[in-house]
Ligand binder design. Structure first.
Ligand code: FNR
Length: 384
């Protein structure tokens, strides 16, 4: 591929370079993938008002997310197994985010550890935590995030139980992955990926292996993970985490105005309107569809962010217009990582920044913090 001009170009390159099992893990949703597809497609009917003869000089996309300065209202979402899209994937993505000036969020389910990221970056990053049954392990994870000077903790609430993704089951995706004949044949067609893995230190779920009780190696990880997600998670646990952490807290996975009110009551700093990128409840509305109702319910009391389906700067602008103070991107940066490593994540951020900047200008604005619903054509966007 010669010139990369959009996120779709990065995706096409990633398909070629990343082993099928791991590419599919990123590019899939649960069951019929209806919610996964709607996350993207529901941005399309939203129409922007084009303005002319407005001074477009001196534009700024800078704002804050949970008090942190960001070059644009975009952060890298927590994604599990990022280090399988590319060797040292989490480190490379964190470096690209740091250089660009947006936050990187490390997932509990990452290949590299909190300490690995701290060692290879200088800017503070965010850490995402799942509420697992082993509360002592959570407590120690939070202490490790504090020791690494993470500047915010993101607590994901929408994974009390696991959604089912057909592709992962068919590909035999597990920890460790099953070496089926089909997987081995596919691996042989990805020499660049294999060389990358061979050329870096072997890292394996380093937040967990060697830290969680009974998980000394990869073979014990699979059964541990399967039984650790806590179906009994409650708002009392959110309070427990908030007290333990004591810093900026972001609640992720809110899709309902009633839950949003409880999230605001909890005293968290931000909530993310998110359906986990369509990977959990298939049949849930798209995030962009759920956003206005949640903004109207709690937007005055807590920062409302959103993720799911953002594939361009236009999408970011539409989310901001509908009241999102910030956005997260998952697959776009994973495609960049799989396609070209750190340079691909940088490319992804540059593309989105440029698209956002130009689109905002076309809409007659120079300051992202002043963008509101009035830049949208009435009737074209979802309402509360
Ligand atoms: C995720 N997501 C996720 N969320 C989370 O809180 N912890 C995690 O470990 C993961 N893991 C994960 C892996 C992969 C491969 C994907 C694609 C997603 C959800 C993620 O944070 C975010 O909500 C979505 O990715 C947003 O949708 P888009 O941008 O991918 O469309």
């Amino acid at each position: 591929m010669s010139v990369i001009t959009c996120i779709e170009d990065l995706r096409r390159l990633a398909v070629k370079r990343v082993p099928r099992m791991f590419y599919d893990y990123a590019d899939s949703g649960s069951w019929t993938e209806t919610t996964y597809r709607a996350n993207e497609s529901d941005f399309q009917p939203i129409k922007l008002r084009q303005r002319v003869a407005v001074n477009m000089e001196g534009r700024s996309l800078a704002t804050t997310m949970a008090g942190q300065q960001v070059k644009m209202p975009v952060a890298l979402a927590p994604t599990g197994l990022t280090g399988m899209q590319h060797a040292d994937g989490e480190i490379l993505a964190a470096r690209a985010a740091e250089k660009f000036g947006v936050p990187f969020t490390l997932s509990t389910m990452s290949i590299c550890s909190i300490e690995d990221i701290a060692e290879h970056t200088t800017a503070p990053f965010w850490f995402q935590v799942y509420m697992l049954r082993d509360r002592d392990f959570i407590r120690r994870l939070i202490e490790r995030a504090q020791a690494a000077k993470c500047s915010a903790l993101m607590l994901t609430l929408d994974l009390q139980i696991l959604g089912q993704r057909h592709k992962d089951l068919k590909n035999g995706l597990s920890a460790p992955p099953k070496p089926t004949l089909a997987n081995l044949i596919n691996l042989a067609t990805k020499p660049r990926w294999c060389m990358g893995m061979l050329g870096t230190p072997r890292r394996t779920f380093r937040n967990i292996v060697g830290h969680a009780k009974g998980v000394a190696d990869m073979s014990s990880l699979s059964s541990w993970t399967a039984e650790q997600f806590d179906p009994a998670l409650s708002w009392a646990d959110v309070e427990w985490v908030k007290k333990l952490w004591g810093g900026k807290l972001i609640l992720k996975g809110i899709m309902d105005a009633e839950d949003a009110r409880l999230a605001a009551d909890s005293g968290a700093d931000a909530l993310v309107v998110s359906n986990h990128g369509g990977r959990q409840l298939d049949g849930a509305p798209s995030s962009i569809h759920a956003l206005p109702g949640i903004v109207d319910a709690v937007g005055e009391r807590i920062e409302v962010w959103m993720d799911g389906g953002i594939r361009s700067g236009q999408d970011v602008l539409k989310a901001v217009a509908l009241g999102a103070r910030g956005t997260l991107i998952g697959r776009p940066f994973l495609y960049g990582l799989g396609a070209m490593g750190e340079a691909g994540v940088s490319k992804c951020l540059e593309l989105i920044h440029r698209e956002l900047d130009i689109t905002m200008a076309f809409c007659g604005h120079t300051d992202i913090r002043k963008v509101g619903r009035d830049i949208l054509i009435p009737g074209s966007y979802p309402s509360a």
